[in-house]
Design a protein around this ligand. Structure first.
Ligand SMILES: Cc1ncc(COP(=O)(O)O)c(C=O)c1O
Length: 270
């Protein structure tokens, strides 16, 4: 059995940058646009790309919650974004080019579908299948670059067979993105099933208190560094105060999800 459970990770997981001599056990809110850049070699590189210098690129408060979410989702690294849609846009922009094709079922979140349709003006094609694992797998063919599914679809709550979709997608060379917003890492860790990238609207269960709009992109491997570049240029990073609130919300994720599950089991229609 893993000695550090998901509940403990959601409270104590991730990297802290606190080193203020005061003994704060909580990551401070680094509400700063710039970091002193006179001695760049002494600045840490939070995502291993460039030394810390500007909060549109990296911020320690944001990094603290990113590293916690990466740990919870069993990913190599995570990037905090200003919303769930910012997570999807940033990831899609980094993976696609003109003439790329994305496949997604009709029951993904409405704005995700509309975004993909709008991207047709840049030459991106979207194949929209009927809902359900079988329909996604039946529509897979060479030339599809990205498969986008929700582990539990919103709002119809259809559960997708991730291992089967990953197997069939990788056979045709497609990258698999799973929106894990409704399952949360407490319910499912798609990267354990071979998924390439996971995204979240942290506006929902991860934040948990209806007081943030936020998102995450979690990468299974080094390709997340390329996504970091796109977040840097699109300017879609999470705000430090939002990161603080999400980090605080995450501390009860495990308990909240258990309570949701118990309540659902007790409801007369279940
Ligand atoms: C499954 C799912 N993905 C993505 C989003 C978009 O997230 P946001 O509203 O944080 O941009 C939502 C929002 O409702 C959602 O339900």
């Amino acid at each position: 059995m893993n000695p550090v459970g998901k509940g403990t990770k959601s409270v104590r997981g991730g990297v802290r940058h606190v080193n203020d001599g005061i003994g704060s056990i909580i990551e401070p809110i680094y509400q700063t646009s710039l970091f002193d850049y006179r001695e760049p070699e002494q600045r840490p590189s939070l995502h291993g790309v460039v030394p810390l210098k500007y909060s549109r690129e990296d911020n320690p408060t944001v990094h603290a919650v990113e590293s916690k979410v990466a740990e919870l989702e069993h990913g190599m690294d995570a990037l905090g974004t200003s919303s769930g849609m910012a997570a999807i846009t940033t990831l899609i922009m980094s993976l696609l080019s003109r003439d790329s094709t994305v496949l997604m079922p009709l029951d993904v979140y409405g704005s995700t579908l509309v975004l993909m349709e709008r991207l047709s003006k840049f030459g991106v094609r979207t194949v929209i299948t009927d809902p359900g694992t079988d329909n996604v797998i039946k529509s897979l063919r060479g030339g599809i670059n990205v498969v986008f599914i929700e582990s539990v679809s919103n709002p119809l709550l259809r559960v997708y067979d991730i291992p089967e979709i990953v197997k069939a997608s990788h056979e045709v060379g497609a990258v698999v993105i799973v929106d894990n917003t409704l399952a949360t890492p407490i319910g499912l860790t798609p990267i354990d099933h071979g998924v390439d990238f996971v995204i979240h609207s942290a506006t929902k269960y991860l934040g948990g208190h209806n007081d943030v709009v936020a998102g995450f992109i979690i990468g299974s491997d080094d390709r997340i560094k390329g996504v970091w570049e796109w977040r840097r240029f699109l300017g879609t990073i999470m705000e430090p105060f939002t990161a603080f609130l999400v980090d605080r919300g995450l501390k009860t994720l495990h308990i909240r999800m258990r309570t949701h599950e118990e309540s659902a089991r007790q409801s007369p229609s279940s």
